[in-house]
Design a binder for this molecule. Structure first.
Ligand SMILES: [Zn+2]
Ligand SMILES: [Zn+2]
Length: 153
């Protein structure tokens, strides 16, 4: 059974939905690293992905591909070629529903990538940091569709 998955950008001005998706991947190519500001591009092919709130802005990143992002908050949202649309996994409301199953474009993989999960873990951040974190009021859109956003409360 397929279920409709939703997602969107950090500020909530662009939202999407998809029901027909396949082959979630992480792409190590240098363009994905740059476009996501990360170490890889997490993307899932979508055959019916569509925008349910707002529209993204597109950047033509090569002669064959363009990339969508929110013009208001900058969140990378999608990648598109003649083969179709791919949506950014981290922007889904439930990323675990589209957990990656394959890695592609290994030639550009960052040499430190394989060691990331064995980095030391900070266990005691200290009181000043904990106070800072406790005082945060998030303006990020919640992980579900909303009738009105931002809320007025
Ligand atoms: Zn946004
Ligand atoms: Zn890539």
């Amino acid at each position: 059974m397929t279920k409709t998955l939703t997602g969107g950008c950090q500020c909530g001005n662009v939202r999407f939905a998809t029901k027909l998706f396949a082959r979630p991947s992480i792409c190590h190519c240098r363009m994905c690293q740059k476009a996501f500001g990360g170490f890889f591009g997490p993307l899932v092919s979508s055959h019916d992905g569509h925008w349910t709130r707002g529209e993204p802005k597109w950047f033509q990143s090569s002669s064959v591909a363009r990339r969508a992002f929110c013009a208001d908050c900058g969140t990378p949202l999608a990648y598109e070629t003649k083969f179709g649309l791919e949506l950014a996994i981290g922007t889904f409301d439930e990323p675990t529903e589209v957990a990656p199953v394959i890695q592609v474009n290994m030639a550009d993989k960052q040499p430190f990538f394989d060691q990331l999960t064995s980095l030391p873990v900070r266990n005691d951040p200290g009181d000043e940091w904990l106070d800072f974190m406790a005082g945060i009021h998030s303006y990020q859109h919640p992980d579900h569709d909303t009738a009105n956003w931002p809320t007025t409360e």
